[in-house]
Design a protein around this ligand. Structure first.
Ligand code: WTA
Length: 638
């Protein structure tokens, strides 16, 4: 049995052991899984390249651990509940046995369509059960899944397909989201017009049933392919360090990079962290509201829960459809015990009024979780009081796409609660704070750049197709440390509080975005000469997107221009990257070497122009006054 920590004392002991003898600690955890062949060496590592390997030489298949392993003990227990967008439509349940069968059938469809171990398969799908099944089907046969959030544009999808040279795309006809049906297959069609030469097959899941175009020879209906497929499928033998999936995420520079996670370590860590953070007990019903297009959905809707033999819910809809009581309705309906969501959703629901949760029975809730961005005190308190009724612990889980699993967090009610503080590192995680010069800041009541100084099983192994980029982004800033890109405080008791990104990444509604990416999109507008994008505080989204734009002087109608810019960004990236504010400026504050002074732009966008620091060294100090004035007008139109 995986170690299940039940008290603060036990946590302290486990933590100590995990630092003193990391290999012994993780070997014990790993031994609780089903291996086809035991590993020779628990850990081999150096951060310089980086080269990190866990459970070296071990052979396994993660789906045998998610599914087969449970068949004898809990075959008839519900593994997955799928809750539709429209509450009047029936929900679906899959027992472990049924899920096993569905995954095997799907895996046989992949095989019949020439997908083999190591091939990349792209998913561009809404939150339908077939997405979870398909992902597991890939893992079953050793194909590498690359799930692309279905809100991204055709351009963004094409970039990701090309980067990973995917052989297949799996999508649905449409996405039922709130009151709207959003085209999905049509976006794939557009993407595939952009020289995605590697794609051989498009598998289409019939979801809403609306008509879509099917290209002969390339496009196939999933339900037709499933007909007559065998209900068993041998699990491919995978090495611990074989890639399990690629997931694209944004950074400070360049295009999104494909974070690669591997089979063995990811399995051990997602299961361990799931059980401990959420204090999951047999028979509990767990619900994470994330989308499988992001890491939270991978690790804590699919893998972590299923590895732990849990009952996991996935929901298709949005928090406010048909009304702002939808989350609480689902909690009541399925007697949810652990509920995991993002601060942006909490803030959005909080704004709809306190009465919504009062209409539902939330007494089954034992643990509330939050993830994706810093949670502000007001939202924390509302979550605690109105949802948790002042008695349910909140776990504020800090982690990243690159970390694969939760790194710093409470565990149920084991740790003391402190609003806005993620808390303590999980066993096996060795975070530290450093100065910009890379010196470790010891002691408590301190602030610095958040790094991790020892490997953990589910850490990023590489960025797909570009290992040097992985080294440069995460391992070059500080010697022998993984740099997170976040700033953090450690309080007088050693509890961590994440302050937010210290690089040019912004966090909009819990979605990571590189400012450079948005700038590149904005610059695609023919009248844009140059742009600078920064984040600014937004009451619901956490951070909003603020774009300063220099135009070629040909813009006659500013509002029309703004709309066009939004359309360009939607086309290049997707609606999630649309700037909330667009300010036309005649110049951008620059250093003498021509670098945009983002610090000044961030401050102005935040509405604080009190102390911009020394601007006399700028190349063009005169623009600052103009930028300030324009921002004041723009920000007053909230
Ligand atoms: C931020 C999401 C504060 C952080 C799992 C990190 C958080 C980025 C928290 C990763 C939290 C995530 N408190 N900030 N509990 N969780 N973040 O890759 O800035 O989508 O670097 O992974 O989200 O975002 P990603």
């Amino acid at each position: 049995m995986t170690l299940k920590i039940k008290s603060l004392n036990q946590y302290k002991k486990a933590y100590k052991k995990s630092v003193k003898d990391p290999e012994g600690f993780w070997a014990e955890q790993a031994a609780t899984f089903k291996w086809k062949k035991k590993w020779r060496k628990t850990l081999q590592w150096e951060f310089k390249s980086p080269d990190v390997k866990w459970f070296v030489g071990g052979k396994l298949n993660i789906t045998e651990n998610c599914l087969d392993r449970h068949l004898k003990t809990r075959g008839d227990q519900v593994a997955l509940i799928w809750e539709p967008n429209d509450p009047s439509q029936a929900y679906k349940e899959y027992t472990y046995k049924e899920l096993h069968t569905e995954v095997c059938r799907f895996a046989n469809v992949l095989k019949a369509n020439n997908i083999k171990k190591g091939d990349r398969v792209c998913f561009y799908m809404p939150m339908v059960a077939e997405l979870a099944i398909g992902v597991l089907a890939c893992a079953r046969i050793g194909a590498i899944h690359s799930v692309v959030f279905a809100g991204f544009s055709a351009n963004a999808l094409a970039d990701r397909i090309k980067d990973a040279t995917c052989k297949m795309v799996i999508c649905s006809d449409f996405n039922a989201r709130g009151a709207k049906n959003i085209p999905v297959k049509a976006v794939v069609d557009d993407a595939l017009k952009m020289r995605c030469k590697s794609i051989e097959t498009v598998l289409v899941h019939r979801n809403t049933g609306e008509k879509v175009k099917m290209k002969k020879g390339r496009d196939k209906w999933l339900h037709e392919e499933l007909e007559g497929k065998r209900k068993t499928c041998k699990a491919e033998v995978m090495d611990s360090e074989d890639p399990l999936f690629i997931l694209y995420t944004s950074g400070s520079t360049g295009k999104p990079k494909g974070v690669v996670h591997t089979c063995g370590g990811y399995m051990v860590y997602t299961s361990f962290s799931f059980k401990n953070v959420f204090q999951y007990e047999d028979g509990d019903v767990y619900w994470c509201t994330a989308d499988i297009g992001w890491i939270t959905g991978h690790s804590y809707i699919i893998y972590g829960p299923l590895l732990s033999g849990a009952t996991t819910i996935m929901s298709e809809g949005v928090p406010t459809y048909p009304d702002a009581g939808r989350f609480w309705h689902i909690c009541e309906k399925h007697k949810v015990n652990q509920f995991y969501t993002a601060p942006t959703a909490i803030r959005a629901l909080m704004a709809k009024g306190d009465h919504w949760p009062t209409h539902y029975d939330l007494n089954n809730l034992k643990v509330l979780g939050t993830v994706g961005e810093p949670i502000n005190e007001e939202a924390w308190n509302w979550y605690y009081d109105k949802i948790g009724k002042g008695k349910t612990p909140i776990v504020d889980t800090w982690w990243q796409t690159e970390t694969g699993g939760i790194m710093i967090s409470g565990m149920g009610d084991i740790h003391p609660l402190k609003a806005t503080h993620a808390g303590f590192p999980l066993p096996g995680i060795q975070p530290c704070l450093v100065t910009p010069d890379g010196e470790e800041i010891k002691g408590n009541d301190v602030e610095g750049l958040l790094c991790v100084k020892f490997p953990w099983p589910s850490m990023i192994r590489t960025t797909y197709g570009d290992h040097e980029r992985c080294r440069q982004v995460y391992f070059s800033a500080f010697e022998d440390m993984y740099f997170t890109g976040d700033g953090a405080r450690r309080d007088e008791n050693g509890m961590y509080r994440i302050i937010g990104r210290v690089d040019d990444v912004i966090n909009v509604s819990g979605h990571r975005m590189g400012t450079a990416e948005v700038e590149n999109a904005v610059n695609e507008h023919s009248n844009v000469v140059e742009s600078a994008v920064v984040g600014y505080p937004h009451h619901i989204k956490g951070e909003g997107i603020y774009a300063y734009v220099i135009t070629d002087g040909m813009v006659k109608d500013e509002n029309k221009f703004r709309k066009e810019v939004l359309a360009v960004v939607t086309k290049e990236i997707g609606p999630i990257a649309k700037p909330d504010k667009i300010q036309l400026v005649s110049g951008l504050p620059k250093t003498r070497s021509g670098k945009i002074m983002r610090r000044i732009l961030r401050k102005i966008a935040s509405g604080d122009t009190s102390n911009l620091g020394d601007i006399s060294t700028l190349l063009n100090p005169e623009v600052v006054e103009e930028v300030k004035k324009g921002a004041k007008v723009l920000l007053s139109n909230e």
